[in-house]
Design a protein around this ligand. Sequence first.
Ligand code: XMP
Length: 519
Amino acid sequence: MNHNNFLEKIVIIDYGSQFTQLIARKVRELGVYSEIINSNQIRRLKKNKSIKGIILSGGPLTITNKNSSSLDNRILGQNLPILGICYGHQILAKKFGGRIKVSKTREFGKSFVKSILKSPITKNFFKHRSNQVWMSHQDIVYKIPPDFKKIASSDNSKFAIISNEKKKYYGIQFHPEVSHTINGKILIRNFVLNICKIKKRWNLKRQKAIMISAIKNKVNKDKVICALSGGVDSSVVALLLKRAIGNQLTCIFINTGLLRQNEEQEVLKIFRKKLKLKLIYVDASKLFLKKLNKVTNPESKRKIIGKLFIQLFEKYAKKVRKMKFLAQGTLYPDLIESRSVTGSTSSKIKSHHNVGGLPKKMNLALIEPLNTLFKDEVRRLGLQLPLPKAILLRHPFPGPGLAIRIPGKITKEKIDILKEADFIFINELKKSNLYNKIWQAYAALLPVRTVGVMGDSRTYEYICLLRAVTSEDGMTADFFYFNKTFIQRVSNKIINSVNGINRVVYDVTSKPPSTIELE
Ligand code: XMP
């Protein structure tokens, strides 16, 4: 049974925006199901009574280019309310006779829109006459179609919101889905709940049921190997798979030697003993260290680690008959940061090991059930499974592990020093009840040695960097503000108990411009 055919839903047509999944997330937060269809696959858009409205996403394309696509008649043929956002707004206006041009002044970032006319789309949106929004466009609509009205405008976009109330078509030049647009959620809510009149029937319980049934359909009688790291994401995937396919699942845990202190013992205890999962344990610490010997480039480290992981998964998968799939806990932000959404190289930030680090040719097909979700949603899904709180509330830990927290050359000596320092920092956070207030915290070992003095003697040892950030989804982050006593205590403990470190520094950069990890 395909549960989603029975749910009233919004269809989002994706024209390649980095924010398409954010639109889907905002719709989910309203308690409504949504499905994303790539703009090249509009033929998949069949008439279906459960579709109640269509959202056209933004995108990197420029509509003033002669080759740009036009709004497909199959979308209009649905006779449903339509909300066009940014590129979607322009494509909607153009279809009905509006005019678009390249603006002399681009509009990127903060802007203000003024209310011109009342409309159901802006109900409760304008608390004052103007409202802060987030723009990201170069083309503008300079003439609206004859049967559309101007609802709001900004300095640069005369037609920032337009509507055809009779047909229930709405165009918005800015991005209501990003948090920098004040009250952006209200615009989406007005469209979804008031204009499309969808009932709130969507929740994580249903999401879980849909995921489980999708996994069952995909796997059928074959077998799946699940890359388990002991972190939240892969643990949620493992439990979802166990629910879906039971014994057809085998988990594999690879000790890369780049894990946190005592990690391997804890993972084995929880997953084998407590959760009763079939689990292969592979100690590959020597192999990882050998392959990373003398490697200093961050992307090379990530690629080497990604490749080794896959080689090991494939090696062990071969030992099981009918093993066809590899499941992993890739999240949506991993995908956006690892892949260039626009096709340009500039938008790729780093190769998250489970995405960009994968070799081009693989013998196993991928199952990534969480690849449209954000971390906080995965945590809430985990509660439904249920996954023990000790795992659910753990800070994220990257697949490449300590390798990307030791900039420069990696040695066994450095790994051991770092494990000890990190353990002290995390333990102190827990003791002071700060661990759950922080999104992610860790220690890193900088590849620089500096001079110190201990007990009248000169020391020449490494610098330990501490990082602690708050974040909602890992896409943006801010450093955590510790009081002096706490940070002093951690610094003293690290220097007094870890041989090899004589200086501790705290990272006070946010993301952007930095990233959470050092590499
Ligand atoms: P950055 O450093 O990109 O990290 O700001 C954002 C979040 O992603 C985690 N991260 C990874 N997770 N494989 C993972 O599973 C990876 O290769 C990887 N790189 C970064 C990072 O720890 C943070 O939570």
